[in-house]
Design a protein around this ligand. Structure first.
Ligand code: GDP
Ligand code: MG
Length: 368
């Protein structure tokens, strides 16, 4: 609870410290000039002087304000793309095809690490892909109010057409107000029927461009690596129209994509920087956890010192494993980082206690 030092209390009331100490003694409290007394005692003492005490409600800090940036400081940033679609329509294959199209043989033996997200380079422009199933990403992120994707690539198999999870994906993207690009996949198959897919899409409000609508559809074969370049170009086109911007010159803020406990390295978290620049040595809070960036790796496993907007990084140095979808934010020092994480944990414990109490009360009522 709140406390006040005896001397400060006396000053605030305009009384002599000795008088306050005397009143405290009357109440059975032996206190020195520099002693802290609780709000309740202070209220009683003040009442003796005919003064009313107002205890300020200094709720522990759990939320960090996301200070808006001056529009002048905003700079172009790469789009963050999620791939969604019905099971077996080729999401994983497409992500692999995109990744491999862009890995040159010289790069670390052509091997990319799995960190839950990666970036590709298209004619000097970057695109960030989230590797997690789009559906899960959307649900987890939305539960925490985090908007992380700029563009959704909807994969529809040309031999199977629009299926229940396709519709679900469309609804997710629409609800999040995220533009959809349709990748009509498996066009290498003899029974592929892209026109039928387009027909079915119109029934769900996605009218292809060539039919006078505004939905971009691209024929691809993830298996044969066909149409991938065209898809990437369309992504850049949509990104350009969206004018995606962020201020790189501020403390970083973003979202946790994935996290796990590594036996040797401790908590490892893949984080997507959304604004600002994350640097080695930064103190940060992520959900109920806090830490200091000990080391950062890009999606190729290469150590980097800083990461700007839309860059996914693997971060070492968290106190604990954060949750996917947790917002992270860089703070000034370790004390503040720890404090906020502690406050959040305390708040959560209290919420859970309330829940349990309510549950047992309900139980009791039932038995009555
Ligand atoms: P996901 O469940 O959406 O991630 O689908 P996968 O990427 O796992 O693909 C499901 C199956 O479809 C696998 O057997 C793939 O090899 C196959 N597949 C994916 N893309 C293509 C494609 O372009 N052409 C053909 N013929 N098969 C594909
Ligand atoms: Mg898959």
């Amino acid at each position: 609870g709140e406390t006040v030092v005896v001397q400060d209390l006396a000053q605030k009331m305009g009384k002599k410290v000795s008088e306050v100490i005397k009143q405290l003694m009357n109440l059975g409290v032996l206190a020195t000039i520099n002693q802290e007394i609780d709000a309740e005692t202070a209220t009683l003492v003040a009442a003796e002087f005919g003064i009313e005490v107002k205890v300020k409600d200094t709720k522990p800090v759990t939320e960090l304000e996301d200070i808006p940036d001056d529009p002048e400081l905003l700079k172009e940033r790469p789009p963050v793309v999620t791939v969604m679609g019905h099971v077996d329509h080729g999401k994983t294959s497409l992500l692999d095809a995109i990744r491999q199209t862009n890995v040159t043989a010289t790069e670390a033996g052509g091997i990319t690490q799995h960190i839950g997200a990666y970036q590709v380079d298209v004619d000097g422009k970057k695109i960030t892909f989230l590797d997690t199933p789009g559906h899960e990403a959307f649900t987890a992120m939305r539960a925490r109010g985090a908007q992380i994707t700029d563009i959704a690539v909807l994969v529809v198999a040309a031999d199977d057409g629009v299926m229940p999870q396709t519709v679900e994906a469309i609804n997710h993207a629409k609800a999040a107000n995220v533009p959809i690009i349709v990748a009509i996949n498996k066009i290498d198959k003899p029974n592929a029927n892209p026109e039928r897919v387009k027909q079915e899409l119109t029934e769900h409000g996605l009218i292809p461009e060539e039919w006078g609508g505004d939905t971009i559809c691209v024929n691809v074969s993830a298996l044969k690596r066909e149409g991938i370049d065209n898809l990437l170009e369309m992504i850049l086109l949509v990104a350009e129209m969206a004018e995606l911007k962020a201020n790189p010159d501020r403390p970083a803020r973003g979202v946790v994509i994935e996290a796990e406990l590594d036996k040797g390295r401790g908590p490892v978290a893949t984080m997507l920087v959304q604004k600002g620049t994350l640097k080695v040595g930064d103190y940060l809070v992520a959900g109920l956890t806090h830490g200091r960036v000990r080391a950062m790796m890009d999606h190729r496993g290469q150590r980097i010192k800083k990461a700007g907007p839309s860059v996914p990084v693997e971060v070492l140095g968290m106190s604990d494993v954060p949750e996917p979808g947790d917002i992270f934010q860089v703070v000034e020092d370790e004390k503040l980082a720890r404090q906020i994480a502690e406050n959040r944990k305390a708040e959560k414990r209290e919420e859970e206690l309330h829940k349990t109490a309510r549950a047992s009360l309900d139980e009791l009522m039932k038995q009555m």
